[in-house]
Design a protein around this ligand. Structure first.
Ligand code: OGA
Ligand code: MN
Length: 191
């Protein structure tokens, strides 16, 4: 069985170090920075009307637009789509499409404990994040904390690490980040 599919089945999440090359990380970071400088990022909201709420989350995001993907975005999505197909083949989740955005947390930013999808209510089945933070240190914070039945597990947002987890099974939060924190984050959905 594919290791990511196997991890998802056994423990509900999977962590892969160095999922993409250093060159790919640099290309994603460059594109992210260019889009932010050009004013293309928007504060992410919460709840049904996507209201900005400083008590809950601080990130700014740029959504990938499917008909207008950049070359870098396409290169990132190719192996991601392979994972989706593998998960479908091995876990029968019936995933049909993906949605992804760049995310930037400023220093002092966090995302309070939450579910990406309340069980049985939505179409997000697998949550994914590829981290882009070069030279990340423990003191920089910004770990992703997964609340598992056996207790919390913290994931360091180190450049190249891909985390994926079952959106309906794992409550999670982004701990306060003391340095800017960047990622590509997204979901596999059912139709
Ligand atoms: C989210 C989220 C986790 C992360 O955007 O819903 O939980 O590590 N992100 O960025
Ligand atoms: Mn989340």
């Amino acid at each position: 069985m594919n290791p990511i599919a196997n991890d998802l089945r056994q423990q509900g999440y999977s962590q892969t170090a160095d999922f993409v090359s250093a060159g790919m990380i640099a290309a994603l970071r460059n594109e992210l920075n260019g889009l932010r400088t050009a004013g293309q990022f928007k504060r992410a909201g919460v709840g049904p009307v996507k209201a900005v709420n400083d008590q809950v989350r601080h990130d700014e995001v740029f959504w990938f637009h499917d008909p207008a993907l950049s070359e870098t975005q396409c290169k990132f999505l190719a192996p991601i789509d392979e994972i989706k197909n593998t998960i479908n083949r091995e876990l029968f989740l019936g995933l049909s499409h993906h949605e992804f955005h760049y995310a930037h947390y400023p220093a002092g930013g966090f995302y309070a404990r939450h579910w990406d999808n309340l069980r049985g209510t939505g179409k997000r089945k697998i949550s994914l994040a590829l981290y882009l933070n070069q030279d990340w240190h423990e003191a920089d914070g910004g770990q992703l904390r997964l609340y598992l039945p056996a207790g919390p597990v913290d994931v360091a947002p180190r450049a190249g690490t891909l985390i994926c987890f079952l959106s309906e099974e794992i409550e999670h939060e982004v701990l306060e980040s003391f340095a800017p924190r960047e990622s590509v984050t997204g979901w596999f959905r059912t139709a």
